[in-house]
Design a protein around this ligand. Structure first.
Ligand SMILES: [Mg+2]
Length: 401
């Protein structure tokens, strides 16, 4: 009896630190003046005056980007990027490597389970699943390259030919001109600035609505900066002002599932979303079973990688809750094209003033997909279709060097 095609074993996994602002999986590692770090954006630190003016001030990108390479014993090499800097590289090199090297390259679920269970004593949320995610994405990329197939074909194939994208930035007018599905803008001010801050928020959102024009979906990202009464008041005032906000995103501390349920209860006609800072199927199980949000937004580079995102997605499908992942460029695109209940993707505009369509990973890869006329099309390049740009090679440093 045939035993089928023999698969190579994994010969090595290598973690690299990326020493370059604007390249790689850490979205916020930007030069000063960039809208993503120095724009008017409310954050959980907005209550502290000295950390209000810039997200860099409180260390939003202190970890930085990493790159992971997986090499098979037949010479196939896959690659991925993500977040976590030296601490993530430490976890990969000192802890997770033992579950990867020597494994059959097809056994991604087994490797994932061992990494996750072995890191439970210190992991579960944050850095540990982020590091697991980058390993997982490198494993999927490597398997795709060995099989000669794009990742989306290994997880169900295409449910749509092109993926509509919405653009996140401070130029909803540009998003509309470029043919995007909609635009998402940041909320400028948090509750610590009181009624005057609320008025400033209304003024800013009114301006964003004017830029977007009528009828163009406009979403507001609140980046964990609000509490329940403030978020309800904000939504109520926006509605009264006719701003037609399509969703309010991540209003609360991600651990406050009950608070999200209250938002829904107190303002049931709004769409409330969250999830970019939630992790694994266990985190999303809570959001889903309490019917706390209308859309979930896991980040495939943090949630536990593609392996875990598929489990989260299966759960969400049973609640008819759409999965619209946070950022993540090609990693999200491959996932979304394969999922019937993921109608569109986020395109995080990484140009300094959010008025140009640049690759999300900033030229780290040669052939990253970017939206054209507001839509993403994927070719049939194997893996995630990302090859390291040679000119970026001198910007990556092997962990430990
Ligand atoms: Mg967000």
């Amino acid at each position: 009896m045939s035993t089928g095609r023999q698969a190579p074993r994994i010969a090595d996994i290598r973690a690299f630190v990326i020493d370059s602002k604007g390249r790689g999986g850490d979205y916020h590692d930007r030069e000063s003046g960039h809208w993503l770090v120095d724009g008017d954006i409310a954050t959980p630190m907005s209550g502290y005056v000295e950390y209000r003016h810039s997200r860099t001030a409180w260390g939003i990108a202190v970890l930085g980007s990493i790159l992971v390479e997986v090499e098979l014993d037949d010479g196939t090499v896959g690659v991925s990027t993500g977040l976590g800097g030296e601490p993530a590289c430490f976890l990969i090199d000192k802890h997770f490597k033992r579950f990867v090297v020597g494994a059959d390259c097809r056994n991604i679920s087994l490797i994932w389970d061992q990494m996750y269970r072995a890191s439970l004593p210190y992991g579960r949320k944050g850095l540990a699943p982020a590091a697991i995610s980058v390993v997982d994405l490198a494993l999927w990329d490597t398997l795709g390259r060995w099989r000669g197939e794009p990742v989306y074909d290994m997880i169900g194939g295409k449910t749509k030919e092109r993926i509509p994208a919405y653009m996140t930035g401070v130029r909803p007018d540009v998003a509309r001109e470029l043919g995007f599905w909609g635009a998402k803008v940041p909320l400028p001010v948090g509750p610590a600035q009181g009624p005057a801050g609320m008025a400033r928020n209304l003024e800013a959102l009114t301006k964003y609505r004017e830029m977007a024009g009528e009828g163009f979906p406009l979403m507001v990202d609140c980046y964990m900066s609000l509490d329940v009464p403030y978020a309800v008041e904000l939504a109520t005032r926006c509605r009264a002002a006719g701003l037609d906000i399509h969703w309010f995103e991540e209003c609360l501390n991600p651990d406050d599932v009950d608070g999200h349920r209250l938002l829904k209860e107190r303002a049931p006609t709004e769409r409330w979303t969250t999830g970019e800072h939630e992790y694994t199927r266990y985190g999303f199980r809570e959001l889903l079973r309490h019917r706390a949000v209308d859309i979930i937004q896991p980040d495939v580079m943090w949630v536990g990688g593609l392996t875990e995102l598929l489990r989260v997605s299966a759960m969400a499908a049973a609640y008819d809750v759409p999965v619209i992942p946070h950022g993540s460029g090609n990693y999200s695109y491959h996932f979304v094209i394969s999922q019937p209940h993921s109608p569109f993707v986020e395109y995080l505009n990484t140009s300094p003033q959010s008025d140009q369509v640049n690759p999300v990973f900033g030229g780290l890869f040669e052939n990253e997909a970017t939206p054209v006329n507001g839509k993403v099309q994927l070719d049939d390049a194997p893996g995630f279709g990302l090859a390291l740009d040679r000119s970026a090679a001198n910007l990556i440093r092997p962990y430990g060097d």
